[in-house]
Design a protein around this ligand. Structure first.
Ligand code: SAH
Length: 279
């Protein structure tokens, strides 16, 4: 990349960088991440990393998929951490590439702690998380002054594979005006049931955003009561983020991707007149 007015950080041999690749669209990766891809000797990447991002790696860079190694169906977390340590000890510049942000439901913390235990130096390069950037690509702001001054990010999938019991869904239903759920497709029925029990309105708007920011992005607008059935009927598949809350209504005005495809946007989707009109 030429003409950048900043110096990108340099990868040192024996270091591991944990880098977020963003939600999907290759152009959403950070400059630091892009620079690292070109410098790295060895990249270990996850399933959600787009091929076009891998295509940006340097000509000498070895690309290794963390999902399948040594003929096994999926690499265990300890294996990945061990592999990172091993490569760093071989004095490689190691790039651990993860979808979204490495510290958001990405087990980046665990991997970084293993590096600390092994005495390996590391750097974290944040990425745009699907729960923020993915919503932006659906035309949904995570916060909006007239609807919410708080947002909660939750995982719909616990370490045991069930709906996480560590989350007090009833309290969340009462306290968090906007809830953005990662990994929520499998247990959507239980999640919506718990939110309804906790007092969420059945007709509260919900959006399910699949493969956000990729060319296959699909967005389903539904309600808390209908979400599960509508997802079943639509056949939509993960990866998806599910957003609960009034901010979903803003999509009628802010679906900029839809507008590029001819959708006519509403200037006042919440039914409130804007300041410049009233003032
Ligand atoms: N570290 C990632 C999250 C990893 S967990 C991040 O910050 O985005 C994997 C979950 O992320 C998926 O099950 C899905 O809920 C969400 N996700 C990741 N990429 C996505 C995408 N392009 N579209 C929709 N959801 C996505």
């Amino acid at each position: 990349m030429h003409g950048l007015p900043i110096d990108l950080p340099q990868m040192q041999p024996g270091w591991v960088w944990l880098v977020g690749s963003g939600p999907g669209d290759a152009a959403l990766m950070t400059l630091a991440g892009y620079g690292a891809l070109q410098q790295a000797d060895h990249v270990i990447y996850d399933a959600l990393v787009d091929q076009r991002i891998l295509d940006m790696a340097g000509a000498h860079t070895v690309l290794e998929y963390a999902g399948k190694r040594g003929g096994r169906p999926s690499a265990k977390q300890v294996d990945i951490s061990y592999r990172l340590v091993q490569l760093a000890r071989e004095n490689k510049r190691v790039l651990r590439l993860k979808g979204g942000d490495p510290f958001v439901f990405g087990r980046g913390g665990e991997e970084a702690l293993s590096l600390v235990q092994a005495g390996i130096q590391f750097r974290i390069v944040p990425g745009i998380s699907a729960g923020i950037g993915g919503l932006a690509y659906a035309g949904i702001p995570v916060t909006h002054r007239e609807t919410n001054s708080a947002v909660t990010f939750v995982t719909g999938h616990g370490t045991t594979g069930e709906v996480p019991d560590g989350i007090d869904w009833h309290a969340l239903a009462k306290s968090s005006p906007v809830i953005v759920a990662y990994m929520a497709m499998k247990h959507l029925h239980q999640i919506t049931t718990r939110l309804l029990e906790g007092g969420r309105r059945p007709d509260e708007p919900v959006a399910v955003i699949c493969q956000a920011s990729t060319s296959s992005q699909q967005v389903l607008e539904t309600t808390v009561a209908r979400a599960h059935a509508d997802v079943q009927e639509s056949g939509l598949q993960p990866p998806a983020v599910v957003v609960f809350g009034e901010v979903v209504r803003l999509r009628a005005g802010l679906d900029w991707l839809g507008a590029m495809a001819g959708r006519v946007l509403e200037g006042d989707p919440l039914g409130t007149r804007s300041k410049w009109e009233t003032g």
